[in-house]
Design a protein around this ligand. Sequence first.
Ligand code: 6PG
Length: 252
Amino acid sequence: MSDIRIYPDPQVLYRAAADYFLSLAAACISENGLFSVVLSGGSTPRAVHQLLAEPKFGGKLNWNRIYIFWGDERCVPPEHQHSNYRMARETLLDHVPVTEENIYRIHGELPPVRAAELYEADLRSFFTERAGYGEISTPPVFDLVFLGMGEDGHTASLFPGSPDPTEIQRWVVPVEHHQPPAPLVDRVTLTPLLINAASHVVFLITGSTKAQMVARVIDGIDQPDVLPARAIQPSSGELIWMLDVDAARELN
Ligand code: 6PG
């Protein structure tokens, strides 16, 4: 069952998302000694990151217990304007005392297939070494996955038609991406298999241009290969839709 939370405007949504991050991180660190969070790309998360970078938010967190991952990355160098890693660095990570070893970047400068293989290997070593997993047979559990959604129903870099949303083996896959939405660069993305294992998955969506797609994804019947955001159905974790009024206006 989805938890749909509607906010009067984007600023209120951003603050709610930052508060959610703060309280979940504190709870996870207190209970398990660490907090693993998957950041989303695109533009929506920027304002949430900037709030978390403020002392009244980020100053309350034990950043050396926080482990940072990405849901997807564009296949560009880390300093490139389209890099999701660069966006997170500029809006958050360069402004908080996060431990560099706790940042697990997707190596977008590599060919997509190699970058995906390397990232999956990094995830495996994190979850076996840091998060106390033994031999990992099932997908490991991130504490929090932030996601956005495009007007075409894509999320992370899971686009209509590719890659296969029903992937049952891999946690990370390469994505050839040569048609809109921009940027027209290949990608690396977590698969629904891994995202759906998470304890908490939170969509952050604002704006009237996404209202029709939000309604189709939440209320509709399209298949996940048509609308990949519908592939996000956490197996036992919490799914929260944080929407502003404009993005929620077509919901039943
Ligand atoms: C990316 C994101 C992508 C994004 C959506 C929404 O790499 O672009 O992971 O899935 O979340 O496209 O982007 P906006 O927040 O910019 O609308």
